[in-house]
Design a protein around this ligand. Structure first.
Ligand code: SF4
Length: 349
């Protein structure tokens, strides 16, 4: 027996989190939201096609609340309002079809303000996410030598405020930049509470470092059955955060749908530039909405054999480029025709 509680299900607009439902992927809008324009909606659609299930926006002021509210009526992507301190912003956001509010009741101030937020959230069926970060712990916990213990205590205190008001439509995150601390805090939480957890390593870093640190923490926790939703926080694009999250879930067997892209690292035997080809095709493959394994290999000597499981593969073969399916060669073309022929075969999958 693991000792970890099974998370209860919490509904976030049409999505169920916890309760044994698949782990969802989310990211956060990286800039100030100045307008609810068709361009913003189009980018959200792009994120959705890459596998983003839920999208969070900072709401620092009234203008941002109005814009996010307008945007929520223009897309079926569940949108989350991220609010600090000012309960009026949470109240205004809940006038719109917002999926979830991230706010810490301990930061709101007077109890009547917390009561107002909780009452409206209950009436509207909007869950609240408590987000505890190692960098912004309450004063009394900042000096705790055990950071994981401090994160758990901070989350527990916030939960207590909501539970005292009879509110339990709660999700929780406890994030540190150290993966080991994040894992310890979330494991300790799951031993004690059954609220669904939003997993993340905060300020994880640039692309490579951030993906590595996030993957280490998330793989440990998700294999333990802990975590309802994940965000890979990168100093990089939202699109890469979504792709990284999706790859982490895929690598630990949690998300089977979509494209699995296999590509060789290239070596002195290559006659096909796998780096350039994957750079050209990666986004398109990830957003095409098909489930298949695609292999991009550098040479015919080892390529088709090494990728014999691929539903479609492409590899160099001397002066030619060959396409293969499950290790069997199906077409042989000149390099300049490679992309066109690859596209034709992709359409047949
Ligand atoms: S597929 Fe060919 S080019 Fe790529 S790593 Fe293997 S041997 Fe090298």
């Amino acid at each position: 027996m693991s000792g970890y509680k099974t998370a209860r299900a919490v509904k976030v607009r049409g999505l169920c989190m916890g309760g044994g439902f698949p782990v969802t992927v989310q990211t956060m809008w990286k800039d100030r939201l100045d307008s609810a324009s068709p361009e913003v909606v189009s980018r959200i659609e792009g994120l959705k096609s890459l596998g983003c299930d839920i999208l969070r926006f900072a709401v620092p002021d009234e203008a941002a609340a109005e814009t996010l509210g307008a945007l929520a009526g223009m897309t079926d992507m569940p949108l989350v309002a991220d609010i600090h301190f000012d309960h009026r912003l949470a109240m205004r956001c809940m006038d719109f079809p917002i999926a979830k509010i991230r706010i810490n009741p301990g930061n709101i101030g007077a109890r009547w303000k917390v009561e107002e937020v909780v009452s409206k959230a209950r009436d509207k069926g909007i869950p609240l996410r408590i987000g505890v970060n190692a960098g912004s712990l309450p004063a009394g916990l900042r000096d705790d030598a055990d950071l994981a213990r401090a994160l758990l205590q901070a989350a527990s205190d916030e939960i207590g405020i909501l539970e005292d008001l009879g509110f339990s439509d709660i999700l929780v995150s406890m994030k540190a930049s150290d993966p080991a601390v994040t894992v310890r805090a979330n494991r300790a939480f799951a031993e004690r509470f059954d609220y669904p957890l939003h997993l993340g390593v905060t300020e994880a870093g640039p692309l490579i470092a951030g993906v590595a640190r996030s993957a280490i923490a998330m793989a440990d926790l998700i294999r333990d059955g802990i975590g309802a939703t994940i965000r890979v926080s990168l100093s990089d694009t939202m699109e890469n955060e979504v792709i990284a999250a999706r790859e982490i879930l895929g690598a630990i067997g949690q998300r089977r749908e979509g494209i699995t892209l296999v590509s060789c690292p290239r070596c002195g035997r290559h006659s096909f530039d796998t780096h350039a080809f994957t750079a050209r095709w990666q986004s398109r493959l990830y957003s095409m909405g098909k489930t298949a394994t695609i292999a991009v290999m550098g040479c015919a000597v080892n390529g088709p054999g090494e990728a014999s499981h691929a539903d479609l593969g492409i590899t160099g073969a001397g002066d030619w480029v060959v396409l293969f399916r499950h290790g069997e060669i199906i077409r042989k073309v000149k390099p300049e025709d490679a992309d066109t022929v690859f596209e034709e075969e992709l359409a047949k999958l």
